[in-house]
Design a protein around this ligand. Structure first.
Ligand SMILES: [Fe+2]
Length: 328
């Protein structure tokens, strides 16, 4: 299925607040000036619209990411890499015990196009869901234009490494990426590389800190290098990770600057497992059976290291691979 063949289920006319209403399977989505209202056959749910749009933006931009994207403790998606589950209450102990949890599986293009349509229709011209709250206006109010330029920003995904010929360019003032206000002290000097003739396509280097200091989005890992299944996905973070990420594989974090506090919970029940405070230079591995949400008081740089192998979720789910990376 291509995007143009997908029919998004959308109301003919906007509601009194000026927004269209959407449905996907038995789920329906409605927004007004402050909230989104989600309903499904066994229940319904409200979220603040700014939090919902920030989460929706990541789910769309990451193409449903690895494992589970919890918008909050009730609603979210699980990626099966080709299809996606959309759920309510599935990873919430109380909903499960009351048998109010509900889940549907959809082809990825179907949910992707529906979510993109909601994001476009419900984002006002004043609001950029990718930006930190300090760097954007409000999401509230009756329908007021759109911000499609912001919500359709492309996630950087290098196939080899940023700056290798044919791959992504570094960010500069001229390309519209000024240094962020919190990173004005970051050295912008690029390394000098003298390449032996014949190796110009293969040898390159760049200043990762300078590159990240010019990131215009928060909580959106870009892929700066790829070696087989090893992906380096650094990102800049500020305020709160807009989703609670449920891992389906081990995920390594290297805190490059500043500080992030993580709430770590059991992936399936939401029971608290630990609180992790990561300071510059700290390294940790988030296990494959947890979910986590980060708090970054000031814009910080985080290197997320992922193993992209399609075999890992099954190996872990079947017990053939452990949920943690190292035996000490
Ligand atoms: Fe994660």
């Amino acid at each position: 299925m291509t995007a143009t063949e997908i029919e998004v289920s959308k109301s003919d006319a906007p509601n009194p607040s000026g927004y269209h209403e959407f449905s996907l399977g038995e789920f329906t989505f409605r927004r007004d000036e402050y909230f989104v209202y989600i309903s499904w056959p066994t229940g319904n749910h409200m979220m603040s619209i700014d939090a919902f749009l920030r989460a929706l933006q990541r789910d769309v931009a990451w193409d449903f990411f690895y494992g589970t994207v919890n918008f909050d403790s009730v609603f979210g998606t699980v990626n099966h890499y080709g299809t996606v589950d959309i759920f309510a209450g599935r990873f919430n102990d109380s909903y499960r015990k009351a048998e109010l949890d509900y889940s549907e599986n959809h082809a990825t293009p179907e949910i992707r196009e529906t979510f993109k349509s909601i994001l476009s229709d419900w984002t006002n011209s004043t609001f950029d869901p990718f930006a930190s709250p300090h760097e954007t206006g409000a999401a509230w109010g009756i329908k007021n234009g759109d911000n499609d330029a912001a919500v359709t920003r492309r996630r950087v995904a290098a196939r080899r490494m940023v700056t290798v010929p044919g791959d992504e360019e570094i960010r500069t003032d001229a390309s519209g990426f000024p240094v962020n206000r919190h990173f004005l002290d970051v050295d912008q000097t690029e390394p000098v590389v003298e390449v032996e003739p014949g190796f110009e396509d293969d040898v390159a280097a760049f200043n990762l800190f300078a590159y990240l200091s010019r990131s215009d989005v928060t909580w959106n890992p870009s892929v700066v290098s790829q070696c087989k299944d090893s992906l380096f996905c650094p990102t800049t973070e500020e305020y709160i990770l807009p989703i609670i990420h449920g891992n389906d594989r081990v995920e390594w974090f290297v805190q490059l600057t500043d500080q992030i506090s993580w709430d770590v919970e059991d992936r399936d029940t939401g029971a608290i497992r630990s609180r992790v405070v990561m300071k510059a230079g700290d390294v940790c591995a988030m296990p494959a059976d947890i979910r986590h949400q980060g708090y970054s008081p000031k814009r910080s740089m985080l290197l997320v290291w992922e193993n992209n192998s399609a075999d890992i979720p099954d190996l872990i789910a079947s017990g053939k691979a452990p949920t943690y990376p190292v035996e000490f």
